[in-house]
Write a new protein. Sequence first.
Length: 242
Amino acid sequence: MRNAIRSEMLRSVSGLSVLPVYLVAVLMPAFVLFSDGSRLDLTGADSAAATTRLLEPLAWSVISAAFVGAYAVTREYYYDSMERTLTGVGFRRAFWGKLVAGTAISVALTVCVSVVWTAGVSVFLLQDGLALALTESAWSTYAGALAGAVLGALIGGAIGWITRNYYATAILVLVFPMVVEFGLLRTAPEVAKFSPGLAIAALGVPGYQDRLLEFLPAVGVGLAWTVGVVAIAWVGGHRRTG
């Protein structure tokens, strides 16, 4: 299993084809920030409040993590190499190897993006005469983003195994949360907060604007979505390869 995980991690960071995946991870917090321009209005906010507000978009790293986790699976279906992989290592090792590797890469990428984003926030705050203030709320956002990256990568990888199609998976892990979930957040938050992307994002911004779940319910809903989707992928994959 270790060799399978190591091999998948090497695949995840090799080749020019992975660059769009990393670009999504970098652009996701920017998309969230500018989709709600109110975060940029720091009038009357002190350094602590302003820092927390500008770090909140990191909580949506779950979306980019899902894309990263899915890519470990869908790239092989895209290049018609999955059958060769399954023949060589078997479904069990391929399944868990890709999920674990995708999760590890997603966490590492989330850490890197968080560092770069924090540096950008620090510069932005200076322009408003404020300073970066990493309070308990800020660290909670970081922790929630990392937890979200884990769950998001597992869900993304599982969806990749279920659809076995790059484009269908991209629609489910990127377009659905960015269009449907964000749309519902504005029009029907009582429904949106139970969707997978927003429930997991709530780990970093619990109770956000009274529209997302609080932390403990978010943990329960996020784990339920993750376990459910991974179980469906595992059972379906076994049936196809068994």
